[in-house]
Design a protein around this ligand. Structure first.
Ligand code: ZN
Length: 379
C-alpha cells in the first residue's frame, strides 16, 4: 500500500471541521449508503478520473489510484465512471475499488457496441448546465435536444445564455430569454457574460449546491464558463494538481482530472465523452422537454392519438388556435423519431438496466436539488 499526499489546504479549508470529502459532494445520504462499507474498514472516495482499468479516487486518506476490476465484472452499468462514489480497500497493493454506491443520476450513452467501456459518461450529477451562445442565432431545436439528455440523466437542467454582453439592448435580451423559456418549461434560463461578470455570481450560487456538468456545442462558451467558475484557468489548475498525484507504485503521474472542486463550492465534471454528446436514449427526457404537449394530449379524444389527423385532437386544436407553436410540435416529432431510431439500435438488456438502476435515484436527486435550490434562493 502506498501512502499518498493529502488534499491541498485550499480544497478542504472551507470544510475543515466537516468530513474531508464534503467539498467533493459528500453528504448525509452518501454517508448512510456507505455505512455497510465503513463497517468493513473500506474508505469512501469520489472518482475524479477513469483510465484503462484504473481510476483516480479522492478518499478520506487522500488521492489514490485504484484498480477497478472488482466492480467491473463485464457489466457495462457497473463500470466505474467519473463522479462515482466508491468504497476503496486501503490494504490492497494495488488498491481496489470494491464497490460503487448506487448512483443518484447518470449520463449514459446508449450504443449497440459490445464494448463495456464508455457507456456511462458521468455519475451523480445534480446540475446539467446547457451553454448556449448569444453570439449566433438561437437554435431552439438544439436546446431541446440537450434538455432531453439532461432530463434523462436525472440531473436538473439549467440554461446559460453565454456572451450576453453581445446583446447590449436589454429589451432584445429579455426577448431572447423569453424564447428560450418557452422552449424549456420549468427550467431556469440565465444570461451570463464572462466578459462583464454579469450573471456569473448567480451561476456560481446554483453550481455551489452539488455536482455540475457543462453541455453545449463547441463555441458555446463552456471553457470560458468553467474558467469563470474555477476562478482560474481550469487546464492550468488541473496540471498543477496532476503533478501531486502518485500512482499505486509511488510514481508521479501527469494525468489530468475530470472532476474539479470549485473555490466557491460545488464540483464540476468535464469528461471528453460528455463534450461529444451524440446518440442517446432519452425517451423520458423528450417528454419532459415537451411537457406542455403531453399535458395537451391528455385532452385528446383517443387514448392513442398520434396528433396527426385524428378527430378531437387537443394538440392539433392548440396548433390551430396558436397556443402551441408549429415549430414546437415539429421539433417534438423529430426528437421522438430520432429516439426511436436510437432505441432500435440499442441493446434491450442495457436499457432495462438503466431503467432499473437510477430512475428512482434520479427522482430522489431532483428532490434533493430542488431543496438545495430553494436554499440558494433564500440566501
Ligand atoms: Zn391528439
Amino acid at each position: 500500500m502506498s501512502s499518498l499526499s493529502p488534499h491541498s489546504s485550499s480544497e478542504v479549508s472551507s470544510a475543515a471541521s466537516a468530513h474531508p470529502l464534503v467539498p467533493y459532494g459528500w453528504d448525509a445520504g452518501w454517508e448512510a449508503e456507505f455505512a455497510p462499507y465503513a463497517a468493513q474498514g473500506l474508505l469512501p472516495g469520489r472518482v475524479v478520473r477513469v483510465d484503462r482499468g484504473r481510476c483516480d479516487v479522492i478518499t478520506t486518506a487522500g488521492p489514490v489510484r485504484a484498480d477497478t476490476e472488482y466492480v467491473v465484472p463485464r457489466d457495462p452499468m457497473r463500470v466505474v465512471c467519473t463522479g462515482d462514489w466508491a468504497a476503496v480497500d486501503p490494504s490492497g497493493d494495488p488498491q481496489f475499488a470494491r464497490a460503487l454506491l448506487p448512483r443518484r443520476t447518470a449520463f449514459v450513452r446508449s450504443t449497440s457496441s459490445e464494448r463495456s467501456e464508455g457507456q456511462i459518461l458521468a455519475a451523480n450529477v445534480d446540475h446539467a448546465i446547457i451553454a448556449v451562445s448569444l453570439a449566433v442565432e438561437l437554435d431552439l431545436g438544439r436546446i431541446e435536444r440537450f434538455l432531453a439528455l439532461a432530463w434523462e440523466s436525472g440531473a436538473m437542467p439549467l440554461i446559460i445564455l453565454t456572451k450576453a454582453d453581445l446583446v447590449p439592448d436589454p429589451t432584445g435580451l429579455s426577448y431572447l430569454v423569453e424564447d428560450v423559456e418557452t422552449t424549456a418549461p420549468g427550467v431556469q434560463v440565465l444570461p451570463v457574460s464572462a466578459a462583464t461578470g454579469d450573471g456569473v455570481d448567480v451561476l456560481a450560487a446554483v453550481v455551489a449546491g452539488g455536482t455540475s456538468v457543462l453541455l453545449g456545442v463547441s463555441g458555446a462558451g463552456k471553457s470560458t464558463l468553467a474558467n469563470a467558475l474555477a476562478g482560474a484557468d481550469v487546464m492550468k489548475v488541473q496540471a498543477t494538481r496532476a503533478t501531486r498525484d502518485v500512482d499505486g507504485k509511488g510514481r508521479h503521474t501527469t494525468t489530468t482530472r475530470n472532476l474539479l472542486v470549485l473555490p466557491g463550492g460545488g464540483v464540476l465534471i468535464d469528461t471528453p465523452g460528455l463534450r461529444g454528446v451524440g446518440l442517446w436514449d432519452a425517451s423520458n427526457g423528450v417528454s419532459q422537454v415537451f411537457s406542455e404537449i403531453d399535458t395537451l394530449a391528455d385532452g385528446c379524444r383517443f387514448h392513442d392519438c398520434a396528433h396527426e389527423t385524428e378527430p378531437g385532437c387537443a394538440v392539433l386544436a392548440a396548433l390551430d388556435d396558436g397556443s402551441l407553436p408549429a415549430r414546437r410540435l415539429e421539433s417534438y416529432r423529430k426528437l421522438l423519431r430520432e429516439n426511436q431510431r436510437i432505441l432500435a439500435r440499442t441493446d434491450a438488456r442495457l436499457r432495462a438496466e438503466i431503467r432499473r438502476d437510477w430512475k428512482m435515484k434520479g427522482a430522489e436527486g431532483r428532490a434533493n436539488m430542488e431543496a438545495k435550490r430553494g436554499k440558494v434562493r433564500k440566501a
